[in-house]
Design a protein around this ligand. Structure first.
Ligand code: T68
Length: 836
């Protein structure tokens, strides 16, 4: 065993004093009190909820870190192949509730906290979200970490430890205002590793010389160095002792506190400035989703993180003393989008410049190591860096990129000698003014597998943006792994009552480990008590959300109304503008009815939430329109409870955990072909809500699984989008009459100064309606009418909800991870005894 490697005399003392996590309520309380009285230097007389949160978290953290240590020992001892998931974003949300549930001690903590005078719900609420991500891409990385640990795969995440995560959103006078999110004040979930550091080089020049044997070598010299310091976050699996690692890098000046040379020479200010400049690298998360802005600091972040991570991975591999060609047998690296693509270049550099391998041997190792996941087809989101910027910041890497491109184009030329235009189209260097490095192309050329995140999306990348590469590399290099979500956080944690009800029908909580067991609840579809309980849970979740809405916005909503939810980043392609236009249409319809007719209408609450990128002006206009419509509708005496419109401020993971279980219908209404997958669509259905959506992303596969009677689909298909856009520009573009009526009302000033909303209207009416709002509006409105009708028949509605949940097993992120492990990473779970 591992312990046998320690010499006997020492072993005894170590084993005798071995730390054990708490075992029961008493043990838990003892740990909490110890942390309050020593770690926090407080006492029972001044222990508030915040201190209780801290002490409770430290008690759980201690438990996790013990398993973390054992897991690392076990994986090293077994010499297993590891997966490294490189992501610039990990949108983890809160850790305490997740840790309590995954180690199976929430009941113990609840009872213990109660004896110490605290309600567990209030303690959980004290935690600040770890919001190191923008949206779907970052949350997917977090779900994947949960699944990797829960399935006992040896895996590490690598990311950046931003001092400021995604900004906090405030709504002031109906407008979004951004406030910095300083989240590190007290974070019990990270372990600083001041002994694990990497020096990362920037700028400088390349010196071409020869080695002892006369071989030409390149040396990257000069420039400046920044230090990367590791911070480790333990990732507990559900009902398993496997506790994996998320390593986040923080930047520091390489010379320590400050440059003593400068300090001693009296240049104190500039030595402090150097330090601040170094710390800037990991200071802030870029708040754009699905947009590439090409800022130098962003490229610095990418290289800083990639260089530190690869150094760490290579250092670990070298300890095994294996031959380099075995590297891909020990290491798989997954690129979450193109953000870490420089890792391909960096590994090639390490192998040829520092380890002295020949180009071909090195390149073979590199391409067998990497896999690349694409998350978008939107052209404005595809990363490109100007050649000049890369040359300046990473001169040696640019040379290697040019060599990769040269050898690649030569092979293309050999295979397709008659197609000159093909070389231009697939070149990693775009011959534009200025020249640009196309990161997606580099990622494809440097990886052995490329995957999209839903079937439609994976088909689209093969037939559009990466078509030429399918011809060059063959279709087998391109594959699909449809996204999924972890049922631990998105059912068990977010909706404990529903989780309990499901467990009572499936027999146990095994379905949280194998989500296909959910299908057992379909057998109970006709069980009246079960259905009643189901409805009561949904209602209770809606009451809780209504209370939150009341305290945060002052708007009173009726929990018996139909809750219609759209929460996600604000983006024109996601079409929140179409949703709010639809709400206005509903308002106008209600206003046109007699009081008697009105009473027959299904009452609704339209709930919006989501952040706009600070520089995305149109998205901010959409938020303003939503709030302006709310201000009018919510105060209209004719309307009352028939329609309310609310915007929930600062949508984040912990708000999602409250909002999603309270939804009756949620909106996933992107222009067909634009939303790669979507993942909240899966969360909503898993929590017993239905969907109104377009034939886009994973909506299509959700429909296939749950049945088309259980989803409200509408709108044009992806295959028709291009022709429609063409017809807007070159044909006659007439606006849907119902939508025109909505525009008229906005322009009349019903919702405030119409100038404020002019751009939203002209985008549709005068600027080609790129997102097909008018084309889809009629079927959108009609489909909402079908939703109203369906909701009136509550018995049928509940049947749809239960049936849908029963059929959602496919959408667990455990299934994704097993597909990646088998088809891309070639890694195996490391068997362990279940947690006691
Ligand atoms: C999302 N992408 C997709 N990007 O939009 C969504 N982009 O359809 C998909 O379900 C999800 O990825 C997971 O696959 C994003 O969230 C970003 O956040 C982003 C961040 C930086 C730069 C570009």
């Amino acid at each position: 065993s591992v312990e046998a490697s320690i010499p006997e005399p020492q072993r005894e003392a170590w084993l005798k004093h071995k730390t054990h996590g708490f075992k029961d309520k008493d043990g838990f309380e003892r740990e909490v009190v110890r942390h309050v009285e020593t770690t926090l230097a407080r006492s029972m007389f001044n222990c508030d909820e915040s201190a209780a949160y801290s002490a409770c978290s430290l008690a759980f953290r201690d438990r996790l870190i013990l398993e973390w240590n054992r897991t690392q020992q076990r994986q090293t001892y077994n010499d297993s192949k590891r997966l490294y998931y490189l992501s610039l974003e990990f949108l983890m949300g809160r850790a305490l509730d997740n840790a309590m549930l995954n180690v199976g001690q929430k009941d113990v903590a609840k009872a213990g906290l109660a004896e110490l005078g605290f309600r567990i719900e209030d303690v959980i609420e004290q935690e600040h979200d770890a919001a190191l991500g923008n949206g779907g891409l970052g949350r997917l990385a977090a779900c994947f970490l949960d699944s990797l640990a829960s399935l006992n795969y040896p895996a590490w995440g690598y990311g950046l430890r931003y001092r400021y995560g995604i900004f906090k959103q405030e709504i002031i006078d109906g407008y979004q205002v951004e406030v910095p999110d300083y989240w590190l004040d007290f974070n019990p979930w990270e372990f600083p590793r001041h002994d694990v550091t990497v020096d990362v080089q920037f700028y400088g020049y390349v010196h071409k010389t020869t080695d002892e044997s006369g071989k030409a070598v390149a040396r990257w010299e000069g420039g400046e160095t920044v230090k990367a310091v590791a911070y480790d976050v333990p990732i507990p699996g559900y009902d398993t002792p496997t506790t994996n690692n998320l390593r986040l890098w923080s930047s520091k000046a390489a010379s320590g506190e400050f440059d003593f040379q400068k300090f001693n020479s009296g240049d104190y200010e500039s030595s402090v400035a150097d330090q601040q400049r170094a710390e800037t690298i990991s200071a802030v998360l870029y708040p754009n989703d699905n947009l590439d802005r090409g800022k130098e600091l962003r490229l610095k972040q990418q290289y800083f993180w990639v260089a530190a991570s690869l150094y760490d991975i290579v250092r670990r591999f070298k300890k095994t003393k294996r031959a380099w060609r075995e590297f891909p047998d020990q290491v798989a690296i997954q690129l979450n989008d193109t953000h870490p693509t420089l890792a391909i270049v960096e590994l090639q550099r390490i192998l040829i410049d520092l380890e002295g391998l020949e180009w071909d041997e090195a390149w073979n190792i590199v391409t067998n190591t990497f896999g690349y996941t694409n998350h978008t087809v939107l052209p404005e989101a595809l990363e490109k860096w100007s050649v000049g910027l890369v040359q300046h910041l990473l001169p040696r890497h640019l040379q290697i990129i040019y060599d990769i491109n040269l050898f690649f184009l030569q092979s293309v030329e050999r295979a397709f000698p008659d197609d000159r235009d093909l070389l231009r189209r697939v070149s990693i260097i775009e011959e534009s003014q200025p020249k640009m490095v196309r990161m997606a192309f580099l990622a494809i050329v440097g990886s052995h597998k490329v995957n999209g995140v839903a079937e439609l999306h994976s088909d689209l990348i093969k037939t559009t943006i990466f078509k030429d590469f399918v011809a060059i590399f063959g279709p087998d290099k391109f594959t699909n792994v449809t996204n999924g979500v972890t049922p631990r956080r998105w059912l068990h944690q977010a909706n404990p009552k529903l989780s309990e009800l499901i467990a009572s029908k499936t027999g146990d909580q095994e379905y949280l480990k194998d989500l296909s067991h959910l299908n057992k609840i379909e057998l109970h579809l006709k069980d009246a008590a079960f259905r009643k309980e189901w409805a009561a849970i949904k209602h209770a979740n809606k009451v809780r959300l209504a209370e939150h809405i009341k305290t945060t916005t002052g708007v009173e909503v009726n929990p018996s109304a139909l809750f219609d939810v759209q929460v996600k980043r604000i983006h024109e392609y996601k079409r929140q503008q179409m949703n709010i236009f639809g709400v206005i249409h509903r308002y106008l319809t209600l206003k046109s009815l007699s009081p008697e007719e009105r009473k027959k209408y299904q009452p609704r609450v339209s709930i919006f939430g989501g952040k706009a990128a600070p520089g995305y002006w149109m998205a901010k206009q959409i938020i303003h329109l939503i709030n302006s419509v709310g201000a009018v509708v919510n105060n209209d005496k004719d309307i009352g409870d028939l329609l309310k419109v609310v915007f929930v401020e600062d949508y984040n993971v912990s708000k999602a955990e409250m909002i999603i279980p309270a939804s009756d219908i949620s909106e996933h209404i992107s222009t067909a072909g634009t939303e790669a997958s979507g993942t909240s669509n899966m969360k909503f259905v898993l929590n017993g809500g239905l969907i109104i959506g377009t034939c886009d992303g994973a909506n299509i596969e959700i429909t296939r699984e749950i049945g088309e009677n259980n989803i409200f689909l509408f709108g044009n298909l992806a295959e028709d989008v291009e022709d429609l856009r063409h017809s807007h520009t070159y044909g006659s573009h007439t606006i849907d009459p119902d939508l025109a009526r909505v525009f008229e009302e906005i322009e009349k000033g019903t919702f405030g100064d119409s100038k404020d909303f002019a751009a939203l209207i002209t985008a549709v009416r005068d600027h080609g309606d790129y997102y097909l709002v008018s084309d889809d509006f009629h079927s959108y409105i009609e489909t909402h009418a079908l939703v109203d009708e369906a909701y009136k028949n509550q018995e049928e509605w509940i049947t749809k909800c239960i049936t849908s949940v029963a059929r959602m097993g496919f959408f667990t992120s455990d299934r994704c991870i097993n597909e990646y492990a088998d088809g891309i990473w070639n890694i195996e779970p490391l068997a362990v005894e279940p947690a006691s």
